[in-house]
Unconditional design. Structure first.
Length: 305
Protein backbone atom coordinates (compact mmCIF):
# COMPACT_ATOMS: atom_id res chain seq x y z
CA UNK A 1 0.00 0.00 0.00
CA UNK A 2 1.11 3.58 -0.60
CA UNK A 3 1.56 6.12 2.15
CA UNK A 4 -1.92 7.56 2.95
CA UNK A 5 -0.53 11.05 3.39
CA UNK A 6 1.10 11.30 -0.03
CA UNK A 7 -0.39 12.75 -3.20
CA UNK A 8 1.26 11.45 -6.38
CA UNK A 9 1.45 13.93 -9.25
CA UNK A 10 3.12 13.41 -12.65
CA UNK A 11 3.94 16.00 -15.32
CA UNK A 12 5.96 16.11 -18.54
CA UNK A 13 7.99 19.20 -19.37
CA UNK A 14 10.72 20.61 -21.60
CA UNK A 15 12.97 23.61 -21.14
CA UNK A 16 10.59 26.01 -22.91
CA UNK A 17 7.60 25.25 -20.67
CA UNK A 18 9.44 24.92 -17.37
CA UNK A 19 8.29 28.47 -16.60
CA UNK A 20 4.71 27.18 -16.60
CA UNK A 21 5.62 24.18 -14.45
CA UNK A 22 7.10 26.57 -11.88
CA UNK A 23 3.84 28.55 -11.69
CA UNK A 24 1.74 25.36 -11.56
CA UNK A 25 3.70 23.86 -8.66
CA UNK A 26 3.65 27.14 -6.76
CA UNK A 27 -0.12 27.41 -7.21
CA UNK A 28 -0.57 23.85 -5.94
CA UNK A 29 1.68 24.53 -2.96
CA UNK A 30 0.00 27.77 -1.92
CA UNK A 31 -3.52 26.33 -2.11
CA UNK A 32 -2.71 22.99 -0.45
CA UNK A 33 -3.87 23.19 3.16
CA UNK A 34 -4.62 19.58 4.13
CA UNK A 35 -1.03 18.63 4.90
CA UNK A 36 -0.25 15.65 2.62
CA UNK A 37 3.18 15.46 1.05
CA UNK A 38 2.98 15.97 -2.73
CA UNK A 39 5.34 13.69 -4.65
CA UNK A 40 5.91 15.17 -8.11
CA UNK A 41 7.33 12.95 -10.86
CA UNK A 42 8.74 15.16 -13.62
CA UNK A 43 9.26 13.50 -17.00
CA UNK A 44 12.29 15.47 -18.10
CA UNK A 45 12.48 16.44 -21.77
CA UNK A 46 15.96 18.03 -21.72
CA UNK A 47 15.39 20.60 -18.97
CA UNK A 48 18.68 22.36 -18.26
CA UNK A 49 20.56 21.91 -14.97
CA UNK A 50 20.09 25.59 -14.25
CA UNK A 51 16.31 25.39 -14.66
CA UNK A 52 16.11 22.23 -12.57
CA UNK A 53 17.92 24.05 -9.78
CA UNK A 54 15.61 27.05 -10.14
CA UNK A 55 12.58 24.77 -9.96
CA UNK A 56 13.87 23.02 -6.83
CA UNK A 57 14.46 26.43 -5.24
CA UNK A 58 10.94 27.58 -6.14
CA UNK A 59 9.01 25.03 -4.06
CA UNK A 60 8.75 24.24 -0.36
CA UNK A 61 10.62 20.95 0.00
CA UNK A 62 8.61 20.13 3.14
CA UNK A 63 5.44 20.08 1.07
CA UNK A 64 6.60 19.14 -2.45
CA UNK A 65 9.16 16.47 -3.33
CA UNK A 66 10.49 16.56 -6.90
CA UNK A 67 11.52 13.30 -8.59
CA UNK A 68 13.07 13.30 -12.05
CA UNK A 69 12.88 10.72 -14.83
CA UNK A 70 14.21 11.19 -18.37
CA UNK A 71 11.90 10.78 -21.37
CA UNK A 72 13.60 7.64 -22.61
CA UNK A 73 13.63 6.08 -19.15
CA UNK A 74 9.86 6.58 -18.85
CA UNK A 75 9.09 4.44 -21.91
CA UNK A 76 9.02 0.65 -21.34
CA UNK A 77 11.63 -1.16 -23.42
CA UNK A 78 8.98 -3.06 -25.39
CA UNK A 79 7.04 0.07 -26.42
CA UNK A 80 7.68 2.94 -28.84
CA UNK A 81 6.26 6.43 -29.11
CA UNK A 82 3.32 6.75 -31.48
CA UNK A 83 3.52 9.38 -34.20
CA UNK A 84 0.97 12.02 -35.15
CA UNK A 85 0.78 14.88 -37.64
CA UNK A 86 0.77 18.09 -35.64
CA UNK A 87 3.15 20.59 -34.05
CA UNK A 88 2.79 19.36 -30.46
CA UNK A 89 6.03 18.11 -28.84
CA UNK A 90 6.64 14.37 -28.57
CA UNK A 91 6.49 14.63 -24.78
CA UNK A 92 2.72 15.04 -25.09
CA UNK A 93 2.62 11.22 -25.24
CA UNK A 94 4.56 10.75 -22.01
CA UNK A 95 1.36 10.64 -19.93
CA UNK A 96 0.41 7.24 -21.37
CA UNK A 97 3.60 5.66 -19.92
CA UNK A 98 3.15 6.97 -16.36
CA UNK A 99 1.55 3.76 -14.96
CA UNK A 100 4.71 1.85 -15.90
CA UNK A 101 7.30 3.85 -13.98
CA UNK A 102 5.27 4.87 -10.92
CA UNK A 103 6.23 2.51 -8.03
CA UNK A 104 3.94 -0.49 -7.56
CA UNK A 105 2.73 0.77 -4.15
CA UNK A 106 1.08 3.80 -5.79
CA UNK A 107 -2.47 2.70 -6.73
CA UNK A 108 -3.31 5.99 -8.43
CA UNK A 109 -1.55 9.01 -9.88
CA UNK A 110 -2.71 12.45 -10.97
CA UNK A 111 -1.37 13.64 -14.32
CA UNK A 112 -1.53 17.35 -15.20
CA UNK A 113 -0.45 19.35 -18.23
CA UNK A 114 2.01 22.02 -17.14
CA UNK A 115 -0.05 24.82 -18.74
CA UNK A 116 -2.38 24.93 -15.75
CA UNK A 117 -2.88 26.93 -12.56
CA UNK A 118 -4.58 25.39 -9.51
CA UNK A 119 -6.67 27.67 -7.27
CA UNK A 120 -8.12 25.05 -4.89
CA UNK A 121 -6.67 22.39 -2.59
CA UNK A 122 -5.50 19.56 -4.85
CA UNK A 123 -6.32 17.02 -2.13
CA UNK A 124 -10.03 17.50 -2.89
CA UNK A 125 -9.42 16.11 -6.36
CA UNK A 126 -7.01 13.44 -5.10
CA UNK A 127 -9.68 11.99 -2.81
CA UNK A 128 -11.88 11.08 -5.80
CA UNK A 129 -12.61 7.33 -5.84
CA UNK A 130 -11.51 5.84 -9.20
CA UNK A 131 -11.46 2.19 -8.08
CA UNK A 132 -14.16 1.26 -10.62
CA UNK A 133 -12.66 3.20 -13.53
CA UNK A 134 -9.47 3.41 -15.57
CA UNK A 135 -9.32 7.16 -14.95
CA UNK A 136 -11.26 10.29 -14.04
CA UNK A 137 -11.25 13.33 -16.31
CA UNK A 138 -13.25 16.40 -17.35
CA UNK A 139 -15.51 16.46 -20.39
CA UNK A 140 -14.05 18.69 -23.12
CA UNK A 141 -16.24 21.79 -23.16
CA UNK A 142 -15.33 22.57 -26.78
CA UNK A 143 -16.16 19.05 -28.04
CA UNK A 144 -18.56 17.41 -25.60
CA UNK A 145 -19.24 14.21 -27.51
CA UNK A 146 -17.20 11.58 -29.35
CA UNK A 147 -18.84 12.59 -32.63
CA UNK A 148 -17.54 16.16 -32.20
CA UNK A 149 -13.87 15.20 -32.25
CA UNK A 150 -13.37 11.59 -33.40
CA UNK A 151 -14.07 12.08 -37.08
CA UNK A 152 -13.91 8.37 -37.89
CA UNK A 153 -15.99 7.25 -34.89
CA UNK A 154 -18.48 5.39 -37.11
CA UNK A 155 -15.75 3.37 -38.78
CA UNK A 156 -14.38 2.48 -35.32
CA UNK A 157 -17.83 1.44 -34.12
CA UNK A 158 -17.96 4.07 -31.36
CA UNK A 159 -21.18 5.61 -29.98
CA UNK A 160 -21.16 9.20 -31.17
CA UNK A 161 -23.19 10.45 -28.20
CA UNK A 162 -20.67 9.22 -25.58
CA UNK A 163 -18.82 11.96 -23.71
CA UNK A 164 -15.34 13.02 -24.88
CA UNK A 165 -12.74 14.05 -22.28
CA UNK A 166 -9.74 16.37 -22.31
CA UNK A 167 -6.51 14.54 -21.44
CA UNK A 168 -4.83 17.54 -19.79
CA UNK A 169 -5.89 16.29 -16.36
CA UNK A 170 -6.15 12.56 -15.65
CA UNK A 171 -6.60 10.86 -12.29
CA UNK A 172 -5.32 7.38 -13.22
CA UNK A 173 -6.13 4.04 -11.65
CA UNK A 174 -2.69 2.49 -12.18
CA UNK A 175 -3.60 -1.20 -11.83
CA UNK A 176 -6.70 -1.04 -14.05
CA UNK A 177 -4.73 0.92 -16.65
CA UNK A 178 -2.14 -1.84 -16.80
CA UNK A 179 -4.68 -4.67 -16.67
CA UNK A 180 -6.50 -3.23 -19.67
CA UNK A 181 -3.24 -2.57 -21.56
CA UNK A 182 -4.36 1.00 -22.26
CA UNK A 183 -0.96 2.29 -23.39
CA UNK A 184 -0.51 -0.24 -26.18
CA UNK A 185 -4.09 0.32 -27.34
CA UNK A 186 -3.48 4.09 -27.52
CA UNK A 187 -0.24 3.61 -29.47
CA UNK A 188 -1.96 1.34 -32.01
CA UNK A 189 -4.95 3.68 -32.37
CA UNK A 190 -2.75 6.72 -33.04
CA UNK A 191 -0.44 4.93 -35.47
CA UNK A 192 -3.34 3.35 -37.39
CA UNK A 193 -5.38 6.57 -37.67
CA UNK A 194 -2.80 9.35 -38.04
CA UNK A 195 -4.87 11.57 -40.31
CA UNK A 196 -7.54 11.77 -37.59
CA UNK A 197 -5.25 12.37 -34.57
CA UNK A 198 -5.39 16.15 -34.33
CA UNK A 199 -5.10 15.96 -30.54
CA UNK A 200 -2.61 13.09 -30.34
CA UNK A 201 -2.94 10.99 -27.16
CA UNK A 202 -6.38 12.43 -26.48
CA UNK A 203 -7.68 10.71 -29.60
CA UNK A 204 -6.26 7.34 -28.59
CA UNK A 205 -7.50 7.59 -25.01
CA UNK A 206 -11.05 8.52 -25.97
CA UNK A 207 -11.23 5.83 -28.64
CA UNK A 208 -10.28 3.13 -26.13
CA UNK A 209 -11.94 4.26 -22.90
CA UNK A 210 -15.58 4.76 -23.79
CA UNK A 211 -17.59 3.90 -20.66
CA UNK A 212 -14.44 3.35 -18.59
CA UNK A 213 -13.82 6.83 -17.19
CA UNK A 214 -15.40 8.92 -14.44
CA UNK A 215 -16.57 12.44 -15.26
CA UNK A 216 -15.18 15.13 -12.93
CA UNK A 217 -16.52 18.57 -12.07
CA UNK A 218 -15.69 20.79 -15.09
CA UNK A 219 -14.07 23.34 -12.80
CA UNK A 220 -11.12 20.94 -12.42
CA UNK A 221 -10.12 21.54 -16.04
CA UNK A 222 -11.50 24.92 -16.96
CA UNK A 223 -10.35 26.52 -20.19
CA UNK A 224 -8.71 29.95 -20.07
CA UNK A 225 -11.20 31.42 -22.56
CA UNK A 226 -13.94 31.10 -19.93
CA UNK A 227 -15.25 33.71 -17.50
CA UNK A 228 -15.89 31.75 -14.29
CA UNK A 229 -14.79 33.75 -11.25
CA UNK A 230 -13.36 30.82 -9.29
CA UNK A 231 -12.47 27.70 -11.32
CA UNK A 232 -10.51 25.08 -9.37
CA UNK A 233 -7.96 24.63 -12.13
CA UNK A 234 -7.34 26.93 -15.12
CA UNK A 235 -6.09 25.29 -18.30
CA UNK A 236 -4.26 27.59 -20.73
CA UNK A 237 -5.07 25.13 -23.50
CA UNK A 238 -4.29 27.45 -26.41
CA UNK A 239 -2.04 30.53 -26.28
CA UNK A 240 0.09 30.39 -23.15
CA UNK A 241 -0.03 33.24 -20.63
CA UNK A 242 3.69 34.03 -20.90
CA UNK A 243 3.36 34.91 -24.62
CA UNK A 244 2.88 38.51 -25.75
CA UNK A 245 0.10 37.27 -28.02
CA UNK A 246 -1.98 35.74 -25.21
CA UNK A 247 -5.63 36.58 -25.96
CA UNK A 248 -7.77 34.71 -23.42
CA UNK A 249 -9.10 35.83 -20.00
CA UNK A 250 -6.72 38.53 -18.72
CA UNK A 251 -7.68 37.90 -15.09
CA UNK A 252 -6.38 34.33 -15.46
CA UNK A 253 -3.15 35.64 -16.96
CA UNK A 254 -2.71 37.95 -13.98
CA UNK A 255 -3.25 34.97 -11.68
CA UNK A 256 -0.55 33.05 -13.55
CA UNK A 257 1.93 35.88 -12.95
CA UNK A 258 0.87 36.14 -9.32
CA UNK A 259 2.13 32.59 -8.76
CA UNK A 260 5.08 32.86 -11.15
CA UNK A 261 6.39 35.93 -9.32
CA UNK A 262 6.72 33.80 -6.17
CA UNK A 263 9.21 31.52 -7.95
CA UNK A 264 12.74 31.87 -9.33
CA UNK A 265 11.13 33.12 -12.58
CA UNK A 266 9.81 36.28 -10.94
CA UNK A 267 9.67 39.36 -13.17
CA UNK A 268 10.02 37.28 -16.36
CA UNK A 269 9.20 39.17 -19.55
CA UNK A 270 6.57 37.88 -22.02
CA UNK A 271 7.85 35.89 -25.00
CA UNK A 272 7.35 37.13 -28.59
CA UNK A 273 5.86 35.34 -31.60
CA UNK A 274 9.17 34.53 -33.29
CA UNK A 275 10.26 32.27 -30.45
CA UNK A 276 6.83 30.61 -30.37
CA UNK A 277 7.11 29.68 -34.05
CA UNK A 278 10.67 28.47 -33.58
CA UNK A 279 9.46 26.08 -30.87
CA UNK A 280 6.72 24.74 -33.17
CA UNK A 281 9.27 24.18 -35.94
CA UNK A 282 11.54 22.31 -33.52
CA UNK A 283 8.64 20.05 -32.52
CA UNK A 284 8.10 19.07 -36.16
CA UNK A 285 11.82 18.47 -36.76
CA UNK A 286 11.99 16.33 -33.61
CA UNK A 287 9.44 13.94 -35.13
CA UNK A 288 11.03 13.76 -38.58
CA UNK A 289 13.72 11.12 -37.78
CA UNK A 290 11.06 8.87 -36.24
CA UNK A 291 8.90 9.14 -39.35
CA UNK A 292 11.87 8.25 -41.54
CA UNK A 293 12.63 5.20 -39.39
CA UNK A 294 9.08 3.94 -39.76
CA UNK A 295 8.89 4.41 -43.53
CA UNK A 296 8.79 1.12 -45.43
CA UNK A 297 11.97 0.41 -47.43
CA UNK A 298 11.89 1.46 -51.05
CA UNK A 299 11.14 -1.34 -53.45
CA UNK A 300 14.01 -2.42 -55.66
CA UNK A 301 13.13 -2.67 -59.33
CA UNK A 302 14.03 -5.96 -60.96
CA UNK A 303 16.51 -5.56 -63.81
CA UNK A 304 15.31 -6.84 -67.14
CA UNK A 305 17.75 -9.14 -68.89
Amino acid sequence: MSEPNTIILAVACNNHYVIMLAALLKSIEINHTSGELIEVWIIDDNISRRNKARLEASVDCKMIKLLWIRNKEAIPHDMKLPLDRNTYPLNIFMRIFIPYFIPANRPKVLYMDVDMIVTFDISKLWQTDVSNYVLAAVTDSSAVYIKNNIKNYKELGLPGDSKYFNSGLLLMNVSRWRDEDVTRKVIHSVNDNRKFTEFSDQYGLNVNLVGKWLELDPLWNYYADGTHLAPYNIHFFHRKPFYKSYFNNKAYQELFYKYLNQTEWRNSKPVGEIKRYIIKARNVLEKLPLYLKQRPPARKLALKR
